[in-house]
Write a new protein. Structure first.
Length: 256
């Protein structure tokens, strides 16, 4: 890494339990057992208030898991191939599929994920894990897909904001992954204040994001987490769509 130019500066904002904004210039590669030929950074964890753990990083040619990612029988996992010209072979239980850019896979509890980059090019990935919240005897199932094969739906009757659901909305699932895209004149219809927490990775564009009582400039490659009941809303400010992939807890009542 070269010497810095000018003052040491950061756009990162960390307010534990409320929200975090983590831009890529502050990432540090973490040493995590169970991976080979991978450069991964933990960008969300319970240490600042998230109920899940999320990673971002790259998988070089031949890079792979050397052990199943997550063996805890109560934890569900998710992987998303953000970009790159490579191809990731992903195994969940007895199912194996090859994922290219835009591809993803969900592993229910007690399944875990194994992967290997079987191509000569690298890929960038998001990894995610959280503890599953049971609902009776219902059980989620393995899901493979690609966001490029999912139709975008108009969000809240606004024809300049588009939503995709990556996982089924069935009660068996206690979470979902979505993409939300704001066209250059797009915004949220109102300031949201809800029980769900979100982890959002910005895949393109730039905008102004309200988190709590702070309006922050955000752009491609930023990661945002905000906790339950944190005020949140966004405007697009650039000439390109602002869009991101985000997690959401759902289909479960609040504990008391």
């Amino acid at each position: 890494m070269p010497y810095p130019k000018g003052f040491l500066e950061s756009r990162a904002v960390i307010k534990p339990g409320i929200y975090t904004l983590i831009p890529p210039e502050g990432w540090v590669i973490n040493s995590i057992p169970g991976f080979e030929g991978c450069k991964l950074t933990i960008i969300a964890s319970p240490k600042y208030g998230a109920s899940f753990v999320q990673y971002v990083g790259s998988v070089e040619s031949g890079g792979k898991t050397t052990a199943q990612f997550v063996t805890d029988p109560e934890v569900e996992t998710f992987i998303f191939v953000m970009d790159g010209n490579g191809e990731l072979q992903v195994k969940i239980g007895n199912q194996t599929e090859k994922l290219k850019s835009g591809g993803y896979a969900f592993a229910p509890p007690a399944s875990g994920i194994e992967f290997e980059n079987i191509s000569s090019e690298s890929v960038r990935i998001l990894l995610y894990k959280q503890r599953y919240v049971h609902l009776g005897d219902l059980k989620p199932w393995v899901v493979f897909g690609n966001i490029n094969k999912i139709d975008e739906n108009i969000y809240d009757e606004m024809d300049n904001v588009f939503l995709r659901d990556l996982l089924p909305n069935n009660l068996e699932f206690d979470m979902n992954m979505h993409t939300l895209k704001f066209m250059p004149d797009g915004c949220h219809p109102f300031v949201e204040t809800h029980v769900q927490e979100h982890g959002a990775y910005l895949l393109g564009g730039q905008g102004l994001y309200l988190l709590g009582e702070d309006w922050l400039h955000v752009k491609k490659e930023d990661f945002i987490w905000f906790g339950p009941f944190t005020q949140q809303a966004a405007y697009t400010t650039g000439r390109e769509p602002l869009w991101y992939i985000y997690s959401k807890d759902m289909n479960r009542d609040a504990d008391i």
